[in-house]
Design a protein around this ligand. Structure first.
Ligand SMILES: O=C(O)CCC(=O)C(=O)O
Length: 248
């Protein structure tokens, strides 16, 4: 029996390793879990944005001018369809990576916004920031006020269905600094965010990120852990993920 268990407080909704290096506590003010892992820290707020705001974000990210009227709720967009659509707020793009001498499209759509000059490069892709807009600034300000961290850029990922995914990687590019604080917010479908230790990939933590969830990664995490968003065949709809970062 856990003598320190307080039934009044929420319990961490996913398992973490039961060892001295791992712990969590509930923070009442932020309504979030503060989690300590071996070599890293997480803050997890399952319902950081309420349903109304989260739903508005899903619409905002997809709004576009088509036949003179704005529309939302797009089906899975391929590259040709993407080029025909003029998005109102977010300029979605299809990036490519070079693999085995071939140019391969990323299995998701992306966009990069931030302060002027805050360029970001990963996997051979170089991104120039578009200026902040009202919706992104609102999300950024809300996260900054709640957490006390500040950010100057955001990478947006649109997972059009459960086929879209993100492979194992760490956010360890030099321009993010030594121990970056990265705040990740999610809107739309729930998808699993999986962490694994680099020196022992059997050590994994799976965090279901829901409509409105916030996950902050901090400390040495990017040096010792990789993360991914695996394919999920049963997921039909879209999920939008925004990772707020500081480019130095
Ligand atoms: O979609 C997610 O939850 C993860 C995004 C991510 O890993 C990244 O942008 O580097």
């Amino acid at each position: 029996m856990d003598l320190f268990f307080n039934p009044q407080e929420p319990h961490l909704p996913f398992p973490i390793t039961d060892s001295i290096d791992y712990s969590w506590r509930w923070d009442k003010r932020l309504q979030a879990f503060f989690i300590t892992l071996a070599n890293g820290q997480l803050i997890f707020a399952e319902s950081f944005f309420n349903e109304k705001i989260s739903q508005r974000c899903v619409e905002y990210f997809q709004e576009h001018e088509c036949l003179g009227s704005s529309d939302t709720g797009l089906p899975y967009l391929n590259m040709t369809e993407l080029e025909r659509i003029d998005f109102t707020h977010i300029k979605w793009q299809q990036d490519h990576i070079q693999m085995y001498g071939k140019r391969i499209p990323l299995p998701r759509l992306t966009s990069w916004y931030g302060d002027s000059g805050k360029r970001y490069s990963y996997s051979g892709i170089s991104l120039h920031p578009r200026p902040w807009n009202k919706g992104l600034r609102y999300i950024k300000d809300t996260i900054e006020q709640a957490t006390g961290f500040s950010f100057n850029s955001v990478l947006l990922n649109w997972y059009r269905s459960g086929d879209d995914h993100m492979s194992w990687h760490a956010d360890d590019e030099a321009e993010l600094g030594r121990n970056p604080v990265i705040a990740s917010v999610n809107f739309g479908e729930t998808r699993d965010f999986v962490l694994r230790r680099m020196d022992d990939p059997t050590q994994k933590i799976t965090i279901p990120l829901r409509h409105g969830s916030l996950l902050v990664m901090a400390g040495e995490l990017q040096h010792y852990w990789q993360h991914s968003v695996p394919k999920r065949k049963k997921v039909q709809g879209s999920r939008f993920n925004l990772t707020f970062r500081t480019i130095i």
